[in-house]
Design a protein around this ligand. Structure first.
Ligand code: BGC
Length: 665
């Protein structure tokens, strides 16, 4: 089908969805393209709005904690297989928005507070889905960093901050050529993202080279004609007024044939791409294999934050008390459009602990519950205390859930419910070797209880295989290898945005580029756990950093050694920082990372190449990236605050390309 085969009315019809999940097929003239959420499982709905069960994978925040691009790719492929089975053409995922505040109700759907990590994982996820002939929708472009009043508030962000913090995750993910990009609900600097020509046309298409289709978030379009002028191709879902709005705008010359044809061509291209990719739609995994992958990702996405006196893993012969309602099934995901229901019959954590190591005895007694109305309470807590007293070790499972961490609303606190805290303290007093398993879509303030417990395992929201993964980690059949994809501050008041949430008109991004660890490091602030932190049952040693410059590229090599007797995986991180600059810069920024498997005693050499962009800032003076001449540090290690390797390098570009500086005699 070509443009010339369509009438004006047909073209205008195509520009808005047919219903909630389909592009209009013009009464059989074109194939109807179908879309479905994403991102951590297929959330297909029947005509009467029932969600069909699917494999519930860990949320993207858990994938963020794996720091493992291979797993992001694999998860994408497996979800795409379920899309194939459901006849869905485009998966509405992944979201790469930055976790600006831990209160954002949708943080569980996003990878990280850091654009390098979020962008690389987003890219791998897209590659995985599209390798199977299913399209993706990279979302939500741009600056959608809280849910509060998301349809009305303008994210007021300066240009440099957009370029350095909020755009780069999209730029990186775009390298995987997502078939579509979804615009966000909010306004950006006073203009709705859906009508933002500079954002959608000039930057996304013009500067970032995006060639695909721009789709609106569901109901994000306020005026269809203005959105078309901004180059938004497809409004979703269906809308009774849009056709008339477009027709009238055309009649008065506000929208032109060129603008209509440009968007319609992109819709036709998407249809053709969908057809051409059908041959790649091959299902090669069984339901059981997808579940096994969900367990594997959940295990790598759990972060061991604290482990005193080797309380973990459990040892054969030990008796363990397990308490807290979430030990029964865990938290599948956060609430909202991404919530996936599963068929898999989930088991109690205590039973799974004994399956992993039959020489460990685990006994469950709820003691503390949180019901569907998000009410918390005790259930015969005296019995829990007695069981914990008699046991060698105790496990308490607590956290946030789909009611507290949910699309369309933000959290108001980083603290667990007072009853959950009380439960932790009661059990910890009964048993000094208490392990707390914490669910959350974002950072948790642990100040009321962390000093009282021996170990903490933060599991994000980890899907249908969550309890199996936790059991493997607690018993040591899996070695923890996840790390934090966001800083855990001491308390909400320590975060740059505190409890600010805008005034109904605008939400000022006053902290500018100092988001996440960039802020805490700049302030020299103490945090509960830094970005990139995570323990393992192995220990690792870094060494032999070497940096060599060649034609504006910096070839790095260093070694990582497993110095323990246990095989394990280590996430290495490379940060750069300017020693001195004519503009304000964060002390260090993540520029490369990877995950390496090392057998006990094994050492491997890692090679990484950095480019000038990895040292640059966005200059509003030249409207571009600028790398200043001067000294920079390159630091390497296992977390943003544990960087044992450090080298200073000098960048010396031709003086003609640098701004002048007076001599400081
Ligand atoms: C969400 C999108 C989602 C869409 C369709 C919106 O509310 O913001 O992320 O893809 O609904 O369910």
């Amino acid at each position: 089908m070509e443009l010339k085969d369509l009438t004006l009315d047909e073209k205008l019809t195509l520009l808005t969805g047919k219903d909630c999940w389909h592009i209009d097929g013009l009464n059989g003239k074109l194939p109807e393209i179908s879309m479905s959420d994403g991102p951590h499982g297929m959330r297909t709905m029947t005509k009467d709005w029932q969600t069909l069960p699917a494999t519930a994978f860990p949320t993207l925040s858990a994938v963020g904690s794996t720091w493992n691009e291979e797993l992001a790719r694999e998860m994408g492929e497996l979800i795409a297989e379920e899309a194939i089975e459901r006849n869905v053409d485009i998966l509405l995922a992944p979201g790469v928005n930055i976790k600006r505040t831990p209160l954002c109700g949708r943080n569980f759907e996003y990878f990280s507070e850091d654009p390098c990590l979020a962008g690389e994982l987003g890219k791998a996820y897209i590659e995985g889905v599209q390798a199977k002939g299913i399209g993706t929708s990279l979302k939500h472009f741009a600056a959608n960093n809280r849910e509060y009043d998301r349809l009305y508030q303008s994210s007021e962000v300066d240009e440099r901050t957009l370029r350095e913090i909020y755009f780069p995750a999209f730029e990186r993910a775009l390298q995987a050529d997502p078939w579509t990009v979804m615009c966000s609900y909010n306004l950006v600097n006073g203009v709705y993202a859906s009508e933002h020509k500079k954002l959608l046309n000039d930057i996304l298409r013009g500067q970032f080279g995006f060639k695909g289709l721009i789709v609106s978030d569901w109901e994000a379009v306020v005026n269809r004609a203005k959105a078309l002028k901004a180059s938004l191709d497809l409004q979703m879902p269906d809308n009774a007024q849009s056709f008339t709005v477009l027709k009238e705008a055309y009649a008065r010359g506000y929208i032109t044939d060129e603008e209509i044809d440009a968007s319609v061509s992109r819709i036709l291209d998407l249809i053709n791409k969908t057809q051409a990719n059908k041959r790649k739609r091959v299902v090669t995994h069984t339901k059981e294999e997808r579940h096994a992958a969900a367990v594997k990702i959940a295990a790598e996405g759990a972060v061991l934050l604290k482990n005193e006196n080797g309380v973990l893993p459990f040892k054969s012969g030990e008796r363990v008390y397990v308490g807290g309602k979430y030990a029964e099934q865990g938290v599948l995901g956060g609430g909202g459009s991404s919530y996936v229901t599963c068929e898999y019959k989930r088991k109690n954590l205590s039973d799974l602990i004994m399956e992993e190591n039959p020489a460990v005895t685990a006994e469950y007694h709820q003691g503390y519950f949180c019901d569907e109305g998000a009410r918390h309470g005790f259930y015969n807590v005296r019995k829990s205390i007695a069981l914990a007293e008699q046991a060698d070790k105790a496990v308490v499972v607590v956290g946030f859930d789909e009611h507290t961490d949910c699309e369309g609303t933000d959290r108001t606190t980083l603290k667990l419910s007072p009853i959950a805290v009380d439960f932790i303290l009661k059990i910890a007093r009964a048993n000094p070797r208490t392990v707390v398993v914490v669910y959350g879509g974002s950072a948790v303030d642990m100040s009321d209880w962390i000093g009282e417990v021996s170990a903490v395992l933060y599991v994000n929201f980890n899907g249908e295989g969550g309890n199996e993964a936790i059991a493997k980690l607690l018993t040591g059949s899996e070695n923890p290898s996840g790390k934090l994809q966001e800083t855990f501050p001491l308390c909400l008041e320590d975060t740059p945005t505190q409890s600010e949430r805008g005034d109904g008109y605008s939400d000022r991004y006053f902290e500018r580029i100092f988001v996440g660890y960039r802020y805490y490091d700049n302030e020299g602030a103490e945090v509960l756990f830094p970005f990139g932190h995570g323990l393992s049952y192995s220990s690792f040693e870094y060494g032999n950093l070497n940096v060599q410059e060649k034609n504006g590229q910096y070839a790095l090599s260093f070694t990582v050694k497993n110095t323990s007797a246990v095989d394990g995986k280590e996430i290495w991180q490379v940060y750069t920082g300017a020693k001195r600059s004519l503009v304000e810069r964060p002390p260090r920024e993540l520029k490369a990372f990877g995950k390496v498997f090392l057998k006990a005693g094994e050492q491997k050499t890692i090679a990484v190449t950095l480019t000038l962009r990895d040292f640059a800032y966005w200059s509003t003076a030249i409207d571009g990236w600028r790398t200043e001449n001067g000294k920079y540090t390159v630091s390497v290690g296992g977390s943003s605050r544990d960087l044992p390797l450090r080298k200073e390098i000098s960048i010396c570009l031709p003086q003609d390309e640098q701004p002048s500086q007076r001599d400081q005699a």
